[in-house]
Ligand binder design. Structure first.
Ligand SMILES: [Mg+2]
Length: 291
């Protein structure tokens, strides 16, 4: 069935995009008392010496810790309240949506939906303060044993696998049981790529930036203003034309980031109106103006 295609999808990475830290640093590491450099060095050794995928490496190394084995997914959700965010998160979600709460856009029922795709743990974000604003969170996950404790990984989402979830959002296949590879004609896709904005922070987002750009969408890379190397990564992305725009990760109103996002949202919304009018003319639902 043809979709109205009047939704704007804003898709965010989490670690160092919405938060200045990785989610591990605010939650699991303090709980386990692990120095984070030591942990990531051990992860890197598995990747380098034994060719592990990095998500499987950290998931394995956590599971080897006795204190971690005592946790359930509910415990991970409870840790979600310890996350820290860049300025403006989470109020940003409602504030940005408010800019299209005017009659011109409401006549076409245009709305913004927010999504997060993370290589980190979905359950931590399910318990976080951003959860009420986000339609769907995709992330790595552990299964639970019969006694309700974390066990084998159910899902490990690496950087390249993240793009699968962009297609899920594009097609409206948010249920993981749906086969994302099923063919779906462009007009039946829930959120066309040109109605999507992807926000990420660095090289790990390159596969998503590429999929979004190649399909006519919009891309923003954010940097930590206190970290020169984070800015440098964004500059490299911009100079290699991998992103449309870079900005300091400050989601408060009237910042550089805010200006670009609100401008881009309104551009997309105006195009949705033009496309919708065009379709109505073609299908003859509304007579074309007489001139
Ligand atoms: Mg990141």
């Amino acid at each position: 069935m043809r979709q109205p295609q009047n939704i704007i999808g804003i898709v965010c990475d989490f670690d160092k995009t919405l938060s200045p830290h990785t989610m591990h640093e605010d939650t699991i590491f303090p709980y386990l008392g692990i120095p984070h450099n030591e942990f990531w060095n051990a992860v890197n050794s598995l990747v380098k010496d034994r060719y592990y995928e990095s998500e499987l490496a950290w998931m394995k190394l956590l599971l080897e810790r006795e204190d971690f084995q005592k946790l359930s997914n509910e415990d991970l959700r409870n840790m979600g309240l310890s996350l820290t965010y860049y300025p403006g998160i989470p109020d940003f979600f409602n504030e940005l949506s408010n800019i299209i709460e005017i009659q011109k856009y409401q006549e076409y029922a245009i709305e913004i939906e927010y999504y997060v795709i993370t290589s980190g743990l979905r359950e931590i974000l399910e318990g976080s303060n951003i959860k009420p604003y986000v339609k769907t969170i995709f992330g790595s996950e552990y299964d639970e044993s019969e006694s309700g404790k974390l066990q084998f990984p159910k899902r490990a989402i690496g950087h390249t696998q993240k793009t699968q979830y962009l297609f899920r959002i594009n097609k409206g296949y948010l249920d993981l049981q749906d086969d994302v590879n099923d063919h779906l004609p462009e007009e039946e896709r829930r959120i066309p790529f040109n109605n999507m904005i992807y926000i990420g922070d660095g090289p790990t987002d390159v596969p998503c930036f590429s999929v979004i750009s190649q399909n006519g969408g919009h891309t923003l890379a954010v940097y930590d203003p206190l970290d020169q190397s984070s800015f440098n990564k964004c500059m490299q992305l911009q100079r290699s034309s991998r992103v449309d725009f870079i900005a300091e990760a400050n989601y408060q109103a009237n910042t550089h980031l805010w200006r670009w996002l609100s401008y881009t949202v309104l551009q997309i919304a105006d195009q949705i109106i033009l496309d919708s009018n065009e379709r109505q003319k073609e299908t003859g639902l509304i007579p074309a103006p007489n001139h």
